[in-house]
Ligand binder design. Structure first.
Ligand code: SF4
Length: 393
């Protein structure tokens, strides 16, 4: 149910919208996708500069439909952050706190379990990242994962960014691979992909100096893929990068996927500026967000899922992105700090039914998925809301 592997053939049979058929660049890209499945970096830059956003998003929507028809995927998950204490100070980050800060916190294994317990029967995944704690080693995280698995064995643990994994390995005095193997054996199931920012080191030097390099980010994911841990990858755009940098980011991820094949989903999201230290950031308009989703769909032929991350984008913009190339809208989430500290106003109390309504409003079929995209439940959503009463005298 997940993906049509003959998507190129399917693409050749989809009726071409006039916004694509009347545009030389988009027609050439469509033909290249049908013939080879892959666009060049130059195509990517041209698509970023193409005046017709409607045309670019329509082409991306065609590819999404060729791969997944009208299905849109979501999951039932909960976010739990382990700590906001971080020894780094990335300039775009509104989440981190210094060790002695009055709002700094650390979540123990017991507290973690307490957060999950009330929702445990209704979620399939816990999504968990945090800052780079100065003292926590691999045993600390292994203890948390073991505690979760022993109490809630059905819950998939998606946790840790690449820089957290590098930091934990350094504190523990072991290799990245040893760190990942230890955490996997304790219960870590997949890696969410945060922290990619822009995989161009000159940009990283301006927005997150001291963080891992582009090569190191990809090496951590490659190592995870090698030992059977799937991951997602992200992109933070709208800081100080150029269009060429964004396309370079997509190309690097695509090349990595060619070699290690473990990326499940790509999650591009714009920089949110509240409480950050990046006044020179260009920021991204809603149009740019839609275009970035569309170009990601068109360039990343080897990564199946493109996510409209509603915790960052908000529900309205996310629903537009579902018609512009995205096929996934993430989950119920329940609790989120990283985007909300930076200015997101996305509601956190949206129940599963609200997600279904959002997906249904885009004329799409909601499909509940597991975290590894290999178990699916198609949901027949019927809007049985009680109509508002008509006022009478
Ligand atoms: S983005 Fe991550 S590594 Fe950077 S300061 Fe924030 S919590 Fe720390």
């Amino acid at each position: 149910m997940s993906e049509n592997t003959d998507w190129r053939e399917e693409l050749s049979s989809i009726e071409v919208p006039i916004s694509v058929s009347t545009n030389a660049l988009l027609t050439a890209c469509l033909n290249r996708l049908i013939d080879t499945g892959r666009l060049s970096a130059e195509d990517g830059i041209n698509l970023m500069n193409e005046p017709s956003l409607l045309g670019v998003s329509s082409l991306a929507n065609m590819v999404k439909h060729a791969r997944f028809s009208d299905k849109v995927f979501y999951n039932r998950n909960l976010h739990v952050n382990t700590t906001n204490i971080c020894v780094l100070a990335c300039r775009f980050c509104a989440f981190r706190k210094g060790f002695g800060h009055s709002d700094a916190y650390e979540v123990s294994a017991e507290e973690y379990i307490q957060r999950i317990t009330p929702l445990a029967k209704n979620i399939d995944e816990v999504h968990s990242v945090g800052g780079l704690h100065p003292d926590w080693n691999v045993d600390h995280y292994a203890e948390i994962y073991s505690a979760i698995k022993s109490k809630f064995p059905w819950i998939h643990i998606k946790s840790l960014t690449a820089i957290e994994i590098i930091h934990i390995s350094k504190i523990s005095g072991i290799t990245i691979e040893q760190t990942l193997r230890t955490l996997r054996d304790a219960g870590l199931d997949s890696i969410p992909g945060g922290g990619a920012e822009i995989l161009v080191d000159s940009v990283r030097d301006k927005i997150c100096r001291g963080k891992e390099s582009s090569d190191e980010y990809l090496e951590v994911h490659a190592t995870a893929h090698e030992i059977g841990i799937p991951s997602n990858c992200t992109m933070l755009f709208g800081t100080v990068e150029s269009i060429a940098d964004r396309i370079q980011h997509l190309i690097r991820i695509r090349e990595q996927q060619d070699s290690s094949e473990g990326f499940q989903c790509f999650v591009p999201y714009p920089f949110l500026p509240d409480h950050s230290r990046l006044p020179e950031a260009q920021l991204a308009t809603s149009s740019e967000v839609i275009r970035m989703i569309s170009v990601s769909r068109l360039m990343l032929d080897n990564i199946p899922h493109i996510k409209a991350y509603r915790m960052n984008l908000g529900d309205h913009l996310s629903s537009i992105c579902l018609k512009a190339g995205a096929d996934d809208i993430d989950g119920t989430v329940g609790h989120e700090e990283i985007m909300h500290d930076a200015g997101s106003t996305t509601r956190l109390d949206t129940p599963e039914r609200g997600l279904l309504r959002l997906i249904d409003s885009t004329n799409s079929t909601p499909v509940r998925r597991n975290s590894t995209y290999d178990e699916f439940t198609e949901i027949q959503f019927e809007d049985s809301s009680i109509p508002l009463p008509i006022a009478s005298r």
